[in-house]
Every structure is written in structure tokens, then in C-alpha cells.
Design a protein around this ligand. Sequence first.
Ligand SMILES: Nc1ncnc2c1ncn2[C@@H]1O[C@H](COP(=O)(O)OP(=O)(O)O)[C@@H](O)[C@H]1O
Ligand SMILES: [Mg+2]
Length: 583
Amino acid sequence: MTRILFASVGRHWRLLGIGLVAILLANGLELLSPFYLGQAVDAITRGQEGRIPLLALAVVVFATAAALGQLVRRLCFSGLGYRVETELRTRLFAHLLKLDQGFFQQIRTGDIMARATNDMSAVQALIAIGISNLGNALVIFLAVVTLMLLIDWQLTVLSVCLFVIPHGVLFVIGPHTRRRFRLIQEQFAAVTAKAQENLSGIRVVKAYVQEESEKRAFRALNQDYMDKSLAFARIYNALWPVFAITDGAASVVLLYLGGIHVVQGRITLGQFVQFMTYLVIMSGPVLGIGWVVTYLYQGAASLRRIEEILDRRPAIVSPTAPRQPDQVRGEIRFEDVSFSYDGSPVLERFSLLIPAGSTVGIVGSVGSGKTTLVKLLLRLHDPKGGRILFDGVDVRDLPLEWLRSQIRCVLQEPFLFSDTLARNINLGAENPDPLQMEWAAELSQLSADLDQFPDGLETVIGERGITLSGGQKQRTTIARAVLSRPAVLVLDDAFSSVDTSTEEAILTGLKAAKGIQTRLVIAHRVSTIKDAGLIVVLEAGRAVEQGTHGQLLARRGVYARMYGHQQLEEDLLRWRNRDGGSQ
Ligand SMILES: Nc1ncnc2c1ncn2[C@@H]1O[C@H](COP(=O)(O)OP(=O)(O)O)[C@@H](O)[C@H]1O
Ligand SMILES: [Mg+2]
């Protein structure tokens, strides 16, 4: 827990140093005033009024200087807190980007959001309130006890026993357990996750009239969060009346014994006043330790939650000594590739050679493992058995970024950012070439739609492309994939929302596209891949048939049946439409 915090705080050692010096100075100055106050009281009892103005001035000057010192302390520690929070959040974000798919499958986005916001604030408070006040309380406690011992050791021991120990013990073992704070933070994460999921799926929520039930579910989570927080607050606040009673009783005892010491002449009245003032000065920070401990525990619980992510090593990384071919041909070979997500096999000893310069089609029913092949090729996951070779080199030996820039995929679910169309297409490119952009928009048949948008390619689209139609989203992601003319282009069910004539136009354009060597077209619609040089039929993670359209039809196997069914469906559809039209 402390490692990350120390490292981050250590980077701002100057600020920390000034803060610590401020603690020492402020308390030193503050503790000088009771001394002069005591002197003033003794001056009064001895009838030396002449000394009083100077002593009073000293009290005021030192108290003011101490207050300034405390101001510096607060500024330093809150500055430190915000800096550490900011750095930690940036680091968390950078780390999240490095993590693999598998991680994001296990954790909800809302939970991550809670860690990046709520937990970060708790870490900030841990430093700005927790550590700052704890340091202050420790210094003042040690200094005051030393000074009090110099005046009257018996009274000192009594004060520590009566005031300090009860507060310390009750607060530290009382309501503050890290577990309790962890539960509260986790509940908050659940609330955030619920809100996040509903807001991003708002269309479904509305379409299925789920507003009421989602509202109820959210209210239940939120209520639970309140209950957990209140349970803590109740115990915490119940301690205060207890202290009021013990502190009151302690004061009476102390006044009585102190009075006796004064009467006996063991200390002067001025010294007794000085003693009691020390106690008052100390009581604020030291007795407030329980309040400070709350922030320490809360911060520690939050830090642990942040650390859980930071400690997570990405399962898929670039090799330390990568091999990088000088020339890219664009050949892909799957060799006995097996894969399962959580136990149940998705691919079983799948082998396929995709020669450089070819167009290969993969067809198979939903859930047969087509998308999984793409994920393995891109190294979003690594195979459990077998290997995938790119131009003869195992993809795990290639630099990860390089591999992904050679193979561009149009993923089944298009994802667009809330930015301009142009920036969505040239994702990551610093200086996009306008001619290339135009070419990519033309090839993906997006150009035809551009006049529908007020600012053409410069139109800002809604979050996740909410302002575009499904087909427009798909064609935007096709433009994105072809823009850099990658050696290998993979289209994973990329035409599901595109009509067949547009699909044909795009496929024809792709064949002629310079730079793009190899095309892998995945579809569940046979018509999409029927012109491919080689067609592979995937069934339950196995390649069951291979060949050209003609060869596969002649085999009268799975492919031929699939084709027959789909033809029949299309014919029926056409028929029905014509029928509907004539009526
Ligand atoms: N992230 C995942 N976690 C667990 N199982 C998954 C995941 N993605 C896909 N699957 C399962 O793996 C099988 C193959 O999925 P997929 O490759 O997406 O099929 P296809 O693209 O052919 O429709 C399916 O049975 C699916 O339920
Ligand atoms: Mg798929």
C-alpha cells in the first residue's frame, strides 16, 4: 500500500519538506505563548503590572506567527495531496490502457470509474487531512508532554491518562476498520457502475420501458450505500457524548489536584495557567486524532483499490527481444490453434494458411468462433495451444504495436468516439493526408452519405456514433481500417448493416486497393464471401470444409446447405416484398 504512496510523495519532497518544517515552526511558536501567558499571570500576582504589556504583546505575536505557520502547513499538504491524486490518476489511466481484454471482462467500467474518482479523492484527503494532521498532532503531543513534564510530572501523567489515552484507544479500535471503509467504497462503486451502465444503454432502457425497474434497482444500491455509511457515522458520532463526559470529569480532577499543587507552593499559579493552556492547545489536534484516523483508514482502503489495478500485469505484452521482418508480405498461418474463454473450448486445433495476396473468406454460424480468430490474430488474447504465424514469425515474437499496425480489423461492433468523422477515420494519425482520407471514404462508400452531414467529414458525431445509422457506423470503421493501407485487412461481419450492392462495391474496391495485400473476410452471409479465392467453413471451432464457392457447392456439404438455406430465405424475402408491393 505504502510503496506507491511513498514513491509519489517522494517526488514532491520539497513540498513535503516545507510542510514538515511548517509543522515544527508553527508548533514551536504556538507553544511559546503559554509561557508568556504564565509569566503575565505571575506578574499580576506579584504586582509587577509594568511587565504586562510587553508580555501580552509577545503572546499576540507568537500566536499570530503560529497561525501563519499552520496556514503554510495546510497549503503544503493540500498541494501535495492534489499533486499525488493527479499523478496517480494519470498513472491509473495509462496503466488501464496497457491492460488486456481479459481484465476488462472481469471488471465493470463503473467500478473502474469509482476507483478513478471517489477513491482518488480519498487518497487526496489521506494526505491533505490525514497525514498533515497526524504529523501535526504527533509533534504537538511530544512537545507539549515534554514542556508539561518540566512544569509538573504528576499532573502530566494524570493528563495523559485521563484525556489522551481514552480518545486514542476508542477511536483507533472503534468504528475504524479498513474493512468497513472498503465495504463502503465497494458499494459506491456498485452505484457508479449501475448508473454508468444504464446511461450508456439508455436506448435499451427506454425501448424496453425499464425506467421504473432500473430506478428501483438503483435506489436499492444507493440506499445500501447510505446504510453502510450511516452505520459508520452512528458509531463514530456516538463516541462524542462519551468523550464530553469523560473530558468533563477529567478537567475537574485536574483542576482539583493542580489547585492543591499551587496551594502547596510546588508550582506557581502562572505555571498552572501555562500548564492548562498547553493542555488546551494540545486538545484540538490530539483529541481530534480520531477524526484524522478516519481519513487514514478511508485513504488506505481506497489506495488498496487503486493498487489492485496498478499491480495487475498486462497478460499480453510486446516481447522484450522482438523480431521484425524487413519486408511485409502479408501471409498468415494458423497452426493447430486452440482456445477457450473459461474452460469451454471455442477453437480446437484450427489450422489455416492465408497466402499473401489472397482473399480468404470464413463463413460459419453465429458462435462458431469467427470473431475469436480475429482476436487471436490481433493478440487481444493469446491461443491456449498452437500458434499463429505472420510472414512465418510467431505473432508473440513480433512487436505488438507493429503487428497491430500491419493487420487492421473492422470489428463486428463498430466503435466510434464522440469526435469528428475525420478524426474517427484517421484514428491516431498525426497529419492525415486529405487525399488518403478521400480515398478511404470513397472506398468504404461513405462519400455518398457525406452530404447528409452538415460539415461533411468535419461533422462531430455523438457518443459512440449515436447520431449515425448502423450502416454509416460500419462504413466509417471500414474507412478507418483501410486508411493506412495495411498489409492485411480483416473484415469481421463488417457488412451486417450494409445492403448487398454497397457490400459488393466495397469488396470490389478492396481488391484493387494498392498496398492491401491480404484480405480476410468473415461473414455469416454466404453472399459476402462467395467470390473469395478460398472459403473456409467454421463449425464449433473447427474448419469443416475448404475450397472455392464452386468446389464447396459441388461437395453438397455444410456450405452447400448453408448456401441453399440462405438463397431460399433471400428468395422468400424478395417474393414477399414483391407481393406486398402489388397489393
Ligand atoms: N469474451 C468472451 N467470454 C466468454 N465467452 C465468449 C467470449 N466471446 C465469445 N465467447 C463465446 O465463444 C464462442 C465463439 O464466439 P465468437 O468467436 O464471437 O463467435 P462468432 O464470431 O463466430 O459468432 C461463443 O460460444 C461465445 O459465446
Ligand atoms: Mg463474430
